[in-house]
Design a binder for this molecule. Structure first.
Ligand code: PLP
Length: 405
């Protein structure tokens, strides 16, 4: 662990206040040209005594703008203090969690997994257009039929097509044959460049794709591609489950990964994370962003620095061992749930190392699903309902639900 070390609450507090001291103070220095200031004082009355021991609230009140990407080139100097913690967070995720080589990654805290996924597709579409002379019609997203709908948003916004790989109805996995068939369909329709998106835990099933299945099929088809991993659901969970996998930066084929801290990490909304190998962000630069120091290679534009600080604080408070323990407890409860379902002969799907358990709707009374807020795959015609084993989903609560299924 190069970046990830457990911090005491005092150390977390000291680092965040030190970072805030490195930002512009609107009260002391009077920056006259920024369309920015601290939060409105008439509404958000800062009570100094209350804020002194509250680093996150203090950051919210000071309201730093983390516009742009801070792992490359220049950034707005007014917010240099807190940008440093965002850089540390990006390196922690890419290197300490996802096995990337030191100093090899760019990234930023996005509005969510949706934005990070669109950012990835945007970077690659531009890469194929600029480097290979591709037209938009020759570029397509290739992903499983269980992929998140944000990939469809990306295709729609970027004017490219999306080809789905069918998954097995029971095991939700991609077969080599299904991948080959999807590639053939795309190539027959004129696609020459693929933006491949592997899932590290799908939203409905928690299923995990194998990069190798795509790689073998793409190589056989002689196709040009870039590979992205959607770890919005699983990125802070699956790498800690100790199940062997190939969805990390130690795998040369993978160029970028999306994480979402506002799911399993329980950070505030607005904490998606985009990570990419160095050399790729430049395909998303907007040269016209001349008033921003260091230009802007992100989709967002202005964004709150407090979001990055919140994720940094959570991860540093747990430390790597604390985080492992937390995931193991959730995995233990998930395994317990699966054992009970097996005993009751309730058909279900779970990928080992995931905290999502999806049961066939035929085994669930609609009333119980409503009472316990189980989530259907489709609100109109549910075929499956899912459990997500989070902090608040204790064995006692699961037990009560199982009795009424
Ligand atoms: C939730 C989710 C997303 C989108 O994330 P938002 O943070 O809601 O934008 C993308 N991919 C997967 C697999 C997800 O579970």
């Amino acid at each position: 662990m190069r970046h990830w070390k457990k911090h005491t609450p005092e150390q977390v507090q000291a680092r965040v206040f030190e970072a805030l001291a490195g930002n512009v103070d609107y009260r002391e220095r009077s920056p006259l040209g920024l369309p920015a200031s601290h939060l409105d004082e008439k509404v958000f009355t800062p009570q100094p005594s209350l804020l002194r021991e509250a680093p996150f609230l203090s950051t919210l009140i000071q309201n730093p703008n983390h516009i742009g990407c801070h792992t490359l080139g220049d950034s707005e100097s007014f917010f240099a203090g807190t940008q440093e913690l965002e850089r540390e967070l990006i390196a922690l995720c890419a290197e300490d969690i996802l096995q990337g080589a030191p100093g090899g990654f760019d990234g930023y805290v996005a509005a969510g997994g949706t934005e990070a996924n669109i950012q990835a597709a945007w970077v690659y579409r531009n890469y194929f257009q600029r480097e290979k002379g591709a037209s938009a019609a020759e570029v397509a997203i290739l992903t499983s039929s269980d992929a998140h709908y944000s990939m469809h948003k990306a295709a729609n916004l970027l004017g490219i097509r999306l080809f789905e790989v069918a998954v097995g109805e029971e095991d939700r996995s991609l077969s080599r044959l299904a991948v080959e068939q999807a590639i053939e369909r795309a190539q027959a329709a004129g696609v020459r460049y693929f933006i491949v998106v592997c899932n590290m835990m799908t939203t409905m099933f928690g299923s995990v794709d194998k990069a190798s299945v795509y790689l073998e099929a793409l190589q056989k088809a002689g196709a040009s591609f870039k590979m992205h991993v959607d770890g919005a659901y699983g990125g802070f969970f699956f790498p800690f489950s100790e199940v062997a996998h190939d969805l990390h930066f130690g795998n040369e084929a993978i160029s970028s990964i999306t994480l979402d801290a506002h799911k399993m990490v329980q950070a505030p909304y607005g904490t998606g994370i985009f990570l990419a190998r160095k050399g790729l962000m430049k395909y998303a630069y907007t040269e016209e962003a001349q008033y921003v120091q260091g230009l802007d290679a992100t989709l967002s534009g202005s964004r709150s620095g407090a979001n990055a600080i919140s994720v940094w604080m959570i991860l540093m408070t747990y430390g790597p061992h604390g985080w492992h323990e937390k995931i193991h407890i959730l995995n233990y409860r998930t395994a317990w749930l699966c054992r009970q379902l097996s005993e009751k002969k309730v058909p279900f799907y779970r990928h080992p190392g995931s905290n999502i358990v999806t049961v066939k709707s035929s085994a669930v009374k609609a009333e119980a699903a409503r009472k316990y807020s189980l989530i259907p795959d489709s609100h109109g015609q549910p075929s499956w309902y899912k459990f997500v084993v989070m902090d608040h989903v204790t064995i006692d609560r699961l037990g009560a639900c199982l009795q009424e299924l």
